[in-house]
Unconditional design. Structure first.
Length: 288
């Protein structure tokens, strides 16, 4: 991802405090990257029985979507994030699906986090959770209490597999935000390590650390102005990564795209962190 995002930033808006926090964060991101900002609200007809019980029509839903976008843009007071006029879009369709579609062509899609638990997520659904799991490009999930200022650090979670997408995005953000980058690798505990099978495989641990260091070094060459540090932790991956985060950090994680139906029920390390983090989290899905 380059310094200037030509394809723009799309922020999902439903009028909630979460989506307004996402909007505030997206405005700064647009300024930092010279990107066009699009404020998008999607509406879909509820089941007939629900609509009848609530006395809600499709026209009412569209009107609410329009009001949410207009209110969000009015808060800018005529400001032009990234030097561009803010684009407003009202679309008919399921919000998660419509934002997944936009993730194919935008530099970044930004949504607020509802902070739902696992059961609520299955029953009610979470746009942020589904988007983080199913998007086809980078997605930022922003908790309500997040500040809209620049982060103190960019914290990138990496494994020994190809961490190129999140390291590229993480280094680019650290450079743009003029802050250090911390690459965190969690070495999961081997259940057999404590048994009398000759002790832990020290050679394997050294190789694992070397693989991580090499990946970071490769991207550090591309971004020589960024101060970086590699941290090795052990234990449960989501817990270890969350413990590393400080209040003003930006977290960047890798993502693997899943079908939308799987994304509704799927559980992953990335999903666990997105649901529990009090920090902004960017999931670095790589576009085709």
């Amino acid at each position: 991802m380059g310094k200037s995002w030509q394809r723009g930033i799309v922020v999902g808006m439903d009028g909630s405090a979460q989506s307004l926090a996402a909007m505030d964060w997206a405005v700064l991101a647009a300024d930092r990257h010279g990107a066009r900002l699009t404020v998008l609200s999607a509406y879909a007809a509820p089941p007939t029985a629900v609509a009848t019980a609530l006395g809600t029509s499709i026209a009412d839903l569209r009107s609410e979507a329009c009001d949410a976008v207009e209110h969000a843009v009015a808060r800018l007071g005529g400001a032009r994030p990234g030097g561009h006029t803010v684009e407003q879009q009202i679309v008919h369709g399921e919000p998660a699906y419509m934002l997944v579609q936009r993730s194919r062509t935008a530099d970044l899609v930004v949504v607020g986090s509802r902070g739902l638990g696992a059961l609520d997520r299955v029953v009610l659904g979470s746009v942020s959770g589904m988007l983080a799991a199913t998007a086809e490009g980078p997605v930022a999930v922003i908790p309500t209490a997040t500040g809209s200022g620049d982060p103190g650090r960019v914290v990138v979670g990496i494994s020994t597999e190809d961490a190129g997408p999140q390291l590229d995005l993480g280094f680019a953000e650290a450079q743009q935000r003029a802050c250090p980058l911390v690459a965190v690798h969690v070495m999961e505990t081997d259940p057999a390590a404590g048994l009398d099978f000759g002790g832990p495989n020290a050679r394997h641990d050294v190789d694992e650390r070397d693989q991580v260091q090499r990946q970071v070094a490769r991207w550090a060459e591309e971004y020589p102005s960024v101060t970086r540090h590699v941290v090795f932790r052990s234990g449960n991956v989501p817990d270890a990564l969350l413990d590393e985060l400080e209040p003003d950090d930006l977290a960047v994680l890798g993502g693997r795209t899943h079908p939308l139906t799987v994304g509704r029920l799927g559980y992953s390390i990335t999903d666990a962190i997105v649901r529990r983090a009090h920090n902004p989290v960017i999931v670095a899905h790589q576009q085709e």
